[in-house]
Write a protein that binds this ligand. Structure first.
Ligand code: SAM
Ligand code: DTB
Ligand code: SF4
Length: 344
């Protein structure tokens, strides 16, 4: 009797502690005035929570800020595939690696618009155009500006990922009607040099500043499962969450291993660690859309469901990402029905 009373008192006090932790984290998440609001150690501590406690915190934060049953749907199109000059160790589009991806010229406007129409008909609300460039040359940017303007005129939100932007280019994208620019930090600063050497972390931060300064929404996240440590996963999230304004959209990609790239053969990440990363992203960036991005094709639907519970509320929809596969639209439709998820 005494033992069970003590036990229930302990359980009760633990639940008070856990509630006060949630409150403290909620306060920290909403603290927009402070830069460096999350230390790497704070985020590692989230990763180390018992799984149920972490999921409970993530759901609590998620429900305080979003409809928990609504998931934003974007469709990707590679408007310029392959032949890229950069050396990103994960990427099948780098010219220097021997993969099955061939270099193709920039797509024609009409073909892009046909793909956008199909995405719209399938229920996508945002259309994201990706180019395998280090950054756009002015002569490359002009036709892309036209694509952006026309896709926007179709009533879709527009997103582009074209690499590093030079001075003046963000303004041109803004004028064309671009809603989001995707440019990822990819990983923690201390692991970055193991993955990419042809551009620096600072280069990426400068492009993100250019995007912010013209008031285009920032889409910025990274890739996990590249052989980084848990500390480094937390380090990536700290970089994102501590931005003066955290990104509106945070894609969390699971490395898609492609034969011929240096990261092919990396030890697979434990799926529960992936879910933990989504949960930690949700808690540290309570107002951002967290996108469950690359990697879904090989991910069991149970793990995807856990990612949605952990606070993921955006996906890429359609059979292809840029060059690699994504689940069939019909498969995603079934999964959303099973989970009672509405597309937004
Ligand atoms: N070339 C531009 C750039 O690098 O910014 C835009 C396109 S690039 C393919 C966009 C992002 O896709 C990369 O920053 C990376 O985060 C992600 N990505 C590329 N290959 C990937 C892979 N094999 N697995 C997971 N994510 C990948
Ligand atoms: C992002 O973070 N993930 C998308 C999008 N932004 C451009 C790209 C994933 C690419 C996966 C590998 C491929 O299909 O080539
Ligand atoms: Fe080029 Fe972008 Fe691929 Fe890097 S991620 S190799 S910049 S296409």
């Amino acid at each position: 009797m005494l033992e069970s009373a003590t036990k229930s008192a302990t359980v009760a006090s633990e639940s008070v502690i856990s509630t006060s932790h949630i409150k403290a984290n909620l306060a920290k998440s909403c603290d927009t005035a402070t830069v460096n609001r999350w230390s790497v150690a704070d985020i590692v501590a989230l990763f180390e929570l018992p799984f149920s406690d972490l999921m409970h915190q993530a759901q609590t934060v998620h429900r305080a800020n979003f409809d928990p049953n609504a998931v934003q749907v974007s469709t990707l199109l590679s408007i310029k595939t392959g032949g890229c000059s950069e050396d990103c160790g994960y990427c099948p589009q780098a010219a220097r690696y021997h993969t099955d991806v061939e270099s193709e010229p920039l797509m024609q406007l009409d073909d892009v618009l046909a793909a956008a129409q199909e995405a719209k008909d399938n229920g996508a609300s945002r259309f994201c155009m990706g180019a395998a460039w280090r950054g756009p040359k002015q002569r490359d940017l002009e036709p892309v500006l036209k694509m952006i303007a026309e896709v926007k005129a179709m009533g879709l939100e527009t997103c582009a990922t074209l690499g590093m932007l030079k001075e003046g280019q963000a303004e041109q994208l803004k004028d064309a009607g671009l809603d989001y620019y995707n440019h990822n930090l990819d990983t923690a600063p201390e692991f970055y040099g193991d993955v990419i050497t042809t551009r620096t972390y600072q280069d990426r931060l400068e492009t993100l500043d250019r995007v912010r300064s013209v008031d285009i929404n920032v889409c910025c996240g990274g890739i996990i499962g590249m052989g980084e440590s848990r500390n480094q996963r937390a380090g990536l999230l700290a970089q994102l969450a501590n931005m003066e304004r955290p990104p509106e959209s945070v894609p969390i990609n699971l490395l898609t291993q492609v034969e011929g790239t240096p990261l092919h053969g990396t030890e697979e990440l434990d799926p529960i660690e992936f879910v933990r990363t989504i949960a930690a992203a949700r808690i540290t960036m309570p107002n951002s859309f967290v996108r469950l991005s690359a990697g879904r094709q090989s991910m069991h639907e149970g793990i995807q469901a856990l990612c949605f519970i952990a606070g993921a509320n955006s996906i890429f929809y359609g059979e292809k990402l840029l060059t690699t596969g994504n689940p069939e639209a019909a498969t995603d439709k079934k999964l959303f029905e099973k989970l009672g998820i509405n597309k937004i």
